[in-house]
Design a protein around this ligand. Structure first.
Ligand SMILES: Cc1cc2nc3c(=O)[nH]c(=O)nc-3n(C[C@H](O)[C@H](O)[C@H](O)COP(=O)(O)O)c2cc1C
Length: 356
């Protein structure tokens, strides 16, 4: 009944045992709690876990691949996830909300300052930042990750966006120029690893009604996608762009526009129309019948879920084992997950205390 969900797929050169991916999710948990959660999700049967927010810079609040402790931390995540017969992917990102302060610390980049910050970044600096993606991918691979995802939000999303990028050099203006930095980041990885699968989290701005501010316009996707593909991307993970409300990119069921199951899949349709590469959908995916239908009709090749696998890590094993009715369905209340992230108490779920 769920044949497509259960079918393996060649995802940019590696084999995924089924079509379900744990979407990048920063958890704000201690190392031991995080490992427990990741092991539960891996053992529950999903094909790959994407670890969110792995910094390519050495100046970040998250553990750093460049430091021995940080490297050991990521190597441990990879080992623990692999023990559950699940693949692991590192989401490589570059922040546009903090920058080095020149004194060994970090300074915040305020929302009102972002456009000016992007405008003033020296082109040399951008080239150095792009090269860091190659360096970080090398370390991620050494730490045991099977693939990397380039986060097309944050710094990349701001440079792609005509809203934030008012540059007048080769990195600003037309679509080709706004895609230049993203393509350089991908190329920096590809030039070091001819065979490494590179997923790209493509983030989309929608107009009428307006949602998302970074990233690319729906109309710009047909120009962006081939540029990224030529640079070396092997799959696309498609969603709404950030620098809008958190409740828009992680929409609650009561959201006025993105409240429905599969709320961002219409963005996948546009990506699908301009590439043969695998496309992964994300956003409000919870229902096995709906997901099977979208996969079987080739609207997406994989389904990524964040909140649903937090609510029930056993989603895949229940679906594959004929126990779909036993799934603890995520109600997209954004209670203890998003709220937990916001108030820094760690990501949890209202179902946590109930038996699985
Ligand atoms: C608690 C939490 C943390 C998240 N952290 C990240 C992150 O680090 N990187 C990222 O790209 N997306 C992050 N997301 C967004 C998810 O990957 C996903 O796009 C979004 O939650 C919609 O999918 P869902 O409806 O399956 O939850 C996070 C989402 C949640 C709920």
């Amino acid at each position: 009944m769920y044949n497509t969900i259960m079918s393996p797929i060649n995802y940019g050169g590696i084999l995924l045992k089924n079509r379900i991916i744990f979407a990048p999710t920063t958890m704000g948990l201690s190392e031991e709690e995080l490992i427990q959660k990741l092991r539960a999700i891996g053992s529950g049967g999903c094909a790959m876990i994407i670890i969110g927010d792995v910094p390519v810079s050495s100046w970040s609040k998250e553990p750093s691949l460049y430091e021995p402790d940080g490297f050991a931390y990521y190597a441990r995540l990879a080992e623990e996830v692999h023990e559950t017969q699940c693949r692991i992917c590192a989401q490589l990102y570059l922040s546009d909300s903090t920058a080095p302060d020149g004194r060994g610390g970090l300074r915040p980049i305020g929302k009102n300052e972002l456009k000016d910050y992007i405008f003033r970044l020296p082109a040399d600096e951008l080239r150095k930042y792009a090269a860091m993606f190659g360096e970080a991918a090398l370390l991620a691979q050494r730490a045991g990750f099977d693939m990397v995802q380039v986060l097309g939000d944050r710094m990349l999303g701001s440079l792609c966006s005509a809203i934030f990028n008012g540059r007048r050099d080769d990195y600003g203006g037309n679509v080709e120029n706004r895609a230049r930095f993203a393509a350089q980041c991908v190329r920096a990885i590809r030039s070091r690893f001819p065979g490494l699968p590179i997923d790209y989290k493509l983030t989309v701005r929608q107009e009428n009604p307006h949602y998302g501010n970074a990233g690319v316009l729906l109309d710009e996707i047909p120009d962006f996608v081939p540029i990224l593909e030529r640079a070396g991307v092997t799959s696309f993970h498609v969603t709404l762009a950030n620098h809008c409300g958190l409740d828009d990119v992680i929409p609650a069921a009561r959201h006025p526009y993105f409240g429905a199951e599969g709320c961002f899949l219409k963005f996948c349709d546009v990506v699908r129309s301009c590439t043969e590469l695998p496309v992964c959908g994300v956003g409000g995916l919870t229902d096995p019948d709906f997901i099977e239908e979208q996969l079987a009709s080739s609207r997406m090749d994989c389904a990524a879920m964040s909140r649903q696998l937090i609510a029930d890590p056993d989603w895949v094993s229940k679906v594959c084992g004929g126990r779909a009715e036993r799934i603890r369905r995520c109600t997209r209340c954004n209670g203890r997950c998003v709220q937990g992230m916001m108030n820094q108490s760690g990501v949890h779920c209202r179902y946590d205390e109930l038996p699985r």
